[in-house]
Design a binder for this molecule. Structure first.
Ligand SMILES: Nc1ncnc2c1ncn2[C@@H]1O[C@H](COP(=O)(O)OP(=O)(O)OP(=O)(O)O)[C@@H](O)[C@H]1O
Length: 364
């Protein structure tokens, strides 16, 4: 058995337990390491089917994973090890017993989180993670409650940095996987031609703030194409008419949700806004959100369009197991060498025949 960073480097080194999450690109399992110095330790493993992705995309994903491995911040989830198993990518990471805030919204806070101290406390931790990315010239690109993970002790970590965004590379409005509700207008509009900035994360953060407060993001439930159209053509979403939230929260959201990216504040200046004076930190999150956490596997439901089940997926793994640490490379440090316009979401709508274009034409 090979080990990387003391973690086994092939699927036989882990025992998969119940699925604890289904994303657009794969399934996340609770698991335990079977061998090596970490034998017995619980982990979460995201298994991503790479069957339908070209090798060039996989190379891009590998670069993103290297960046993740170099990330070191209390609010950013890093991976223990990643390896290929046949055409599956296995990402082994710490298991966060609270799952995602997205899951907690679905099961506990369907109407949203009304305790504004709790809201401010969670959002401040998220913003600290975003600030860390931006300080390192990185863009997270996928800020949403589903990517905010919670530990039993109330720690908040941002997950899924880069990989989902890379897998969305080249998808048109019609084939878009997941929901575009959190996407900034300039990302929807860019059509593959415009380099955009880290202000896309600030927009998504504002949408996430509304999601946490109301239980779902604006435009949830509409088809992806329609959502993209509404993001471009409607005034930015706001909570101005909502009496349950105070002015400092609404003001913070309005600052984030400005269509002109340059007008949005930086993460650093946002952290100084009055709303975050309410934030009480990890201990408050633990006592107010993490008591009596439900078992993760009881929270997840197989999405209707998902056919692959765990046994099937395990069956696929028997041949061609990796032994290749996906995160190791001799290349330059990607934290210092990454171009900002090297972004998958720019590709959305880049097709000449993108249905979003015709929808927009119809609308005009
Ligand atoms: N380390 C982890 N510990 C505990 N639960 C996790 C962990 N990582 C992911 N999950 C759970 O699995 C779910 C699916 O995660 P995944 O990153 O695959 O998809 P997503 O981010 O929700 O959606 P998308 O793929 O569309 O971006 C998460 O919402 C979360 O509830």
């Amino acid at each position: 058995m090979q080990y990387a960073n003391t973690w086994p480097l092939s699927e036989s080194g882990y025992e998969l337990e119940a699925p604890i999450g289904y994303g657009s690109f794969g399934t996340v399992y609770a698991a335990a390491a079977l061998e090596g110095p970490n034998a017995g330790e619980k982990v979460a493993i995201k298994v991503i089917e790479l069957e339908n992705y070209p090798d060039s995309n996989i190379e891009e994903i590998r670069k993103e994973i290297q960046i993740m491995r170099l990330s070191s911040h209390q609010n950013v989830l890093s991976y223990h090890v990643c390896f290929l198993s046949g055409r599956q990518l296995w990402m082994v990471m710490p298991l966060l017993e609270g799952g995602s805030v997205g899951n907690l919204l679905k099961h506990r806070y369907q109407e949203g989180i009304k305790d504004q101290v709790l809201l401010a406390s969670i959002l401040r931790e998220v913003l600290e993670g975003i600030y860390y990315f931006h300080q390192n010239n990185q863009i997270h690109r996928d800020i949403k409650a589903g990517n905010i993970l919670v530990s039993r002790s109330g720690q908040i970590l941002l997950g899924d940095f880069g990989v989902a965004a890379k897998l969305r590379q080249g998808m048109s409005a019609r084939t878009f996987a997941g929901s575009p509700c959190w996407m900034a207008p300039e990302v929807v509009e860019s059509g593959g031609n415009v380099a955009y900035t880290n202000k896309v994360d600030i927009w998504s953060f504002g949408i996430t703030a509304i999601e946490l407060a109301k239980g779902r993001p604006p435009y949830a439930g509409h088809p992806a194409m329609k959502v993209m159209l509404m993001i471009i053509s409607n005034d930015p979403p706001s909570l101005d008419e909502d009496e349950e939230f105070d002015a400092s929260f609404k003001e913070m959201i309005n600052l984030c949700l400005q269509k002109e990216p340059e007008l949005r504040p930086t993460a650093e200046s946002l952290l100084r806004k009055k709303f975050f004076n309410k934030a009480k930190g990890v201990e408050y999150i633990r006592t107010h959100m993490c008591a009596d956490l439900p078992r993760l596997e009881t929270l997840v439901k197989l999405p209707k369009d998902r056919k692959v089940d765990r046994d099937q997926s395990l069956g696929n793994m028997s041949s061609g197991s990796g032994g290749w640490d996906f995160s190791l490379s001799t290349g330059e440090n990607p934290l210092s060498g990454k171009k900002q316009n090297d972004d998958p979401l720019e590709q959305i709508g880049s097709d000449e025949e993108d249905p979003l274009d015709s929808l927009l034409e119809e609308e005009n």
